[in-house]
Design a protein around this ligand. Structure first.
Ligand SMILES: [Zn+2]
Length: 297
């Protein structure tokens, strides 16, 4: 059964904006990523649903086993994010998010972007109307190409997380997020030439809360790095939107390779919070959020 959603209200909160920056903007055509009109947002969410349905069918054809499970119905009818909506079904029919956030753009917004915005905002605001601390946010992103073996990509992610934090000694809190996507393959022009092995792209994003006089880390030219001084909510939404960008190739890449990412991941954790961003309960203490304990040489 297909559930139709009629959007009655588009949320104007910074949290909802962060979700739209992270999920809708990367899927838009070039030059249109900044669209903010309510009508555009509604149209984008409707288009996204159409693409999501096509994606689910192609994943199913490519042998995605999860799609045969009970989750299939939830995934197909996964509710939109950042809006109030009415559904075409009776009230007693429960609308349940599918939770398959590695591929579902709606759940990516709900389970990856929303919590990141909540944690980061709480680190500054502590539930008050104004920021309670002065800290800088440094976020960096880079892409790593892995040829052929998908397990190599996951092995890298397993080993890298602690290295990422080494760039930010004494940080007040940090967030590391990895995604793995099939890379676009250039078509082989020469006839008879052996096709190249498929390549995968790991996107690595690291965010850290640091002192305002923390020295800027030195990174390779291929890494993009931003520093924002004591951001307020509008800027926090922009930062989260940038750091938590939805992996668009999961929606648009070849279905058979997306299925491999989904089924080969096994237990590899793709994101983690550290220090003052790790759990909200720990942040209710007075004072700036605590960083990880200093390592003794
Ligand atoms: Zn979902």
């Amino acid at each position: 059964m297909e559930i139709n959603y009629t959007i009655t209200k588009v949320h104007s909160s910074y949290r909802a904006k962060a979700q739209r920056y992270a999920v809708l903007a990367p899927l838009r055509a070039k030059g249109e990523s900044g669209k903010t009109r309510v009508a555009d947002i509604k149209a984008d969410l409707a288009t996204l649903r159409t693409h999501w349905h096509a994606r689910l069918k192609s994943l199913q054809s490519a042998g995605w086993t999860r799609s045969e499970s009970f989750k299939w119905g939830y995934a197909f009818n996964c509710p939109p994010f950042g809006v109030d909506s009415q559904t075409s079904v009776a009230l007693e029919t429960r609308v349940i998010p599918c939770g398959l956030h590695l591929v579902c753009p709606f759940c990516w917004a709900r389970l990856v972007v929303g919590p990141a915005y909540d944690r980061l905002t709480f680190a500054f605001y502590r539930g008050e109307a104004t920021p309670q601390f002065r800290m800088d946010v440094i976020d960096l992103a880079r892409s790593i190409k892995v040829d052929g073996d998908l397990q190599e990509a996951f092995a890298y992610i397993r080993s890298y997380r602690s290295i990422a934090l080494g760039l930010f000694p004494g940080n007040y809190g940090a967030y590391v997020l990895h995604t793995v996507e099939p890379q676009r393959q250039p078509p082989s022009k020469k006839r008879g030439k052996k096709p190249k092995p498929p390549t995968w792209i790991i996107r690595e994003r690291v965010l850290a809360l640091v002192d305002t006089d923390f020295p800027m880390p030195t990174v390779k030219p291929t890494t993009t790095i931003h520093r924002t001084s004591s951001p307020k909510k509008a800027l926090l939404a922009a930062i989260v939107g940038r750091v938590c960008g939805y992996p668009t190739r999961m929606l648009r890449g070849p279905a058979d390779r997306v299925v491999r990412v989904l089924s080969d991941r096994e237990s590899v954790k793709l994101s983690a919070y550290y220090g003052g961003l790790r759990n909200l309960a720990a942040q209710t203490r007075k004072g700036p959020p605590k960083g990880p304990p200093a390592t003794t040489p």
